[in-house]
Design a protein around this ligand. Structure first.
Ligand SMILES: NC(=O)C1=CN([C@@H]2O[C@H](COP(=O)(O)OP(=O)(O)OC[C@H]3O[C@@H](n4cnc5c(N)ncnc54)[C@H](OP(=O)(O)O)[C@@H]3O)[C@@H](O)[C@H]2O)C=CC1
Length: 407
């Protein structure tokens, strides 16, 4: 065990963190909110929603005694969570989705201590305030208002505090409240990874590109429409008829209603596309390739992949072999027809969030919060996400920690 880890597990924050003073309060979107007191330095427990086994919503358990996060590495920060956005992956992880792959990535020391990944805290998105910084953290300091999306193998944000790597964190947009800010990081970093890293798009090459977003009314879609429009692309979207006005208000140029019949036909009548972002999956691969401009570097990027399902069902080694074989076969098959086939994945990235923050503060992207729940209502919030038909994001306000249980 490294000396850094040894110190961390001795809970000697002072050896790893560079805090000097203890702030008593912080300005939170205009109001003075009590943040943390001297006693929080020596806390060992905190309020959180945890699961002790995989299952449906009834496995969720509220506790005031979840382990307080510790700084294990000198590049980590502890953040007090003010708001946590929810995503479909939270519902999936509650049921054990991706457990095989996540176990491989989880902190081996914690797994050894507790014997399993439980108690597990869900929640990937957060907006909050930095409470402690590791010794190597340069870009952040105590009291900074930050936002982040946390990788699924780490403890989540449905808790009063969370520990993250500094490279996953970014200063939050000044123009957004914490609830609004918590609606963006996971879908933004996913869209960034799919469109920029995998799709090769950027603010400098998007002008007049034709992009098709399959599934434009949910979290990823509502963010992607706005980012692509800000970069000058022409954006076509599929969604339910009752979401048409909603996506047009976000900037969509053309909208095709998938509830009134197969979309292949109306989409086929439009000029061909440079890139398709598929947030829907299913049988879209069967027809979507024909909508791309052939032999022009056009790309189909799908976010709905069997990667985690394969490893859950077949185990890590066989699941990864099957995944590699599937993606390689499909990529080759479609390359033969002149289009690029790719899988897109969420990737935590503080620097991408820095760029998104600037776009938000410039008024190019707004947070699309569909519904906000209190910390005591986490089961209802997950229930809402599970029912689908999202029109933007569901967010849990955590700023009062567990206090709303006591009133
Ligand atoms: N690979 C990765 O790392 C990631 C994958 N994902 C996946 O991407 C997908 C989208 O994520 P997210 O936006 O957060 O999900 P949401 O649940 O927020 O949104 C899904 C949206 O799609 C709409 N929809 C459903 N069926 C169709 C259809 N056939 N055609 C057009 N629209 C449809 C839904 O509304 P309605 O049903 O009313 O039409 C809803 O608005 C999910 O499957 C998610 O698991 C997300 C993030 C990361």
């Amino acid at each position: 065990m490294s000396s850094v880890r040894h110190l961390a597990y001795s809970r000697l924050f002072c050896h790893l963190s560079k805090s000097k003073s203890v702030p008593k309060s912080v300005s939170s979107h205009g109001s003075q909110t009590r943040l943390f007191s001297r006693s929080s330095r020596c806390r060992t427990i905190m309020p959180a929603w945890v699961i002790d086994k995989y299952g449906s919503n009834d496995v969720l358990r509220y506790t005031k005694n979840a382990p307080f996060p510790v700084i294990n590495y000198p590049n980590e920060v502890i953040v007090k969570v003010f708001a946590a956005g929810l995503n479909p992956i939270d519902v999936g992880m509650r049921g054990g989705y991706g457990a095989a792959t996540m176990s491989m990535k989880r902190d081996p020391l914690k797994l050894k201590q507790s014997g399993s990944e439980f108690p597990l805290i869900l929640g990937r998105d957060m907006s909050g305030v930095v409470m402690e910084c590791g010794l190597d953290v340069k870009y952040f300091k105590e009291r900074d208002e930050v936002w982040a999306a946390i990788p699924p193998w780490k403890q989540g944000t449905l808790a009063e505090f969370v520990v993250l790597s500094a490279n996953e964190v970014s200063h939050k947009p000044k123009s957004l409240s914490h609830v609004e800010a918590a609606a963006i990081p996971y879908v933004a970093t996913t869209a960034w990874s799919a469109l920029v890293n995998t799709g090769g798009l950027s603010k400098d090459n998007c002008a007049n590109k034709r992009i098709l977003i399959l599934g434009g009314s949910g979290g990823v879609g509502t963010f992607a429409i706005q980012m692509l429009k800000a970069w000058g692309a022409h954006v076509t979207v599929t969604c339910s008829q009752n979401a048409e006005r909603f996506v047009r208000e976000l900037g969509a140029d053309d909208v095709v209603d998938y509830t009134s019949g197969p979309v292949e036909e109306p989409l086929g009548e439009l000029e061909k596309f440079d890139l398709i972002l598929d947030n829907v999956g299913g049988d879209t691969e069967r027809w979507a390739m024909n909508l791309l401009k052939p032999w022009s570097g056009s790309k189909y990027v799908t976010l709905v992949t069997p990667f985690l399902q394969n490893t859950d069902m077949l185990g890590l080694a066989d699941g990864m072999v099957k995944t590699a074989a599937t993606v390689a076969t499909k990529a080759l098959k479609h390359l033969y027809k002149g289009v690029h086939y790719r899988w897109g994945f969420f990737a935590p990235c503080g620097s991408a969030l820095d760029e998104v923050r600037d776009m938000v503060d410039a008024g190019q992207i707004r947070a699309v919060v569909e519904e906000t729940f209190r910390f005591s209502q986490v089961p209802q919030a997950l229930d809402k996400v599970e029912k689908g038909h999202a029109r933007g994001k569901t967010v849990v306000e955590i700023s009062k920690g567990g206090q709303d249980f006591e009133h």
